[in-house]
Design a protein around this ligand. Structure first.
Ligand code: NAP
Length: 245
């Protein structure tokens, strides 16, 4: 299978988009490390996906350097390396700027952007020695369009785009590609929490006329991790039904 012998780490892999990405890689033959802030949730997902292949659950808070370093050390020792890293963990703490407090700003930037930095750094250390690697960062349409009430989220996701391009340039000669996937409105727990009226307004702005599925995002990630994308780096794939083009 396409990802036989490949070791994949998916942050925030226990649910939503991350779970779907984890499943797609397990089905593709990879050994998948479901890394999540909740070890119980990671274990549950890893156990459910085991029917398709090899999985492992790891506790990792992407915003804490100690937790990230420890988790990657364990992954390297127990799995032997990291071939594909999917920086998927992300949160929202919405509010208009005048009501957004520093705590909400920091929480979103720490998990969504600093988390990508910390995990990428640990993965690159391993990938450089392997002279190959694929890093896929989950951004958002909000990085490109903005969205009222999401200054922290939009800034974190726009930061991911600049980060992706920079690391792509730093490591292209070492056989490591770095790309982003920018989902539009995807049906998950994160978006289920939104007000029904907001959802209906969003729907009007999507030419495809429907929200995306977690599988739509997973398939773009799988492509960027496949050999078919070896000459693609520093790019963004938009998965949004035409919401932004
Ligand atoms: P989700 O359902 O909330 O899943 C996110 C996962 O990340 C959860 O398992 C969560 O655990 C975990 N997590 C949270 N903080 C973490 C941390 N510090 N360290 C490690 N794991 C952590 O979200 P989703 O909708 O699947 O979103 C996944 C990614 O896609 C995010 O980066 C999001 O910004 C992006 N995205 C989503 C949409 C959308 O429409 N859903 C659109 C564009 C982009 P807990 O549940 O225990 O907190």
């Amino acid at each position: 299978m396409e990802f036989d012998d490949r070791i994949v780490v998916v942050t925030g892999g226990a649910q939503g988009i991350g779970r779907s990405i984890s499943e797609a890689f397990v089905r593709g033959g990879a050994s998948v490390v479901v890394a999540d802030i909740s070890l119980d949730a990671a274990r549950e997902t890893a156990a459910e996906l085991e029917i398709f292949g090899r999985t492992r659950a790891v506790q990792m808070d992407v915003s804490q350097s100690g937790s990230v370093v420890e988790a990657f050390k364990r992954i390297k020792t127990e799995c032997g390396g990291v071939d594909i890293l999917v920086n998927n963990a992300g949160i929202t703490r919405d509010g208009l700027i005048l009501r957004m407090n520093e705590e909400d700003w920091d929480a979103v930037l720490d998990i969504n952007l600093k988390g990508v930095f910390l995990c990428t750094k640990e993965a690159v250390k391993i990938m450089v020695k392997q002279r190959r690697g694929k890093i896929i960062n989950i951004a958002s349409v909000v990085a490109f369009m903005g969205n009222p009430g999401q200054a922290n989220y939009g800034a974190s996701k726009a930061g991911i785009i600049g980060f992706t391009k920079t690391i792509a340039r730093e490591y292209a000669s070492r056989g490591i590609t770095v790309n982003s996937v920018a989902p539009g409105f995807i049906q998950t727990a994160m978006t289920d929490a939104l007000d029904e009226q907001v959802k209906q307004e969003m729907l009007k702005s999507i030419p495809a006329g429907t929200f995306g599925s977690v599988d739509d995002v997973a398939q773009a990630v799988v492509f960027l991790a496949s050999a078919g994308s070896n000459y693609i780096t520093g790019q963004v794939i938009h998965v949004n039904g035409g919401m932004y083009m």
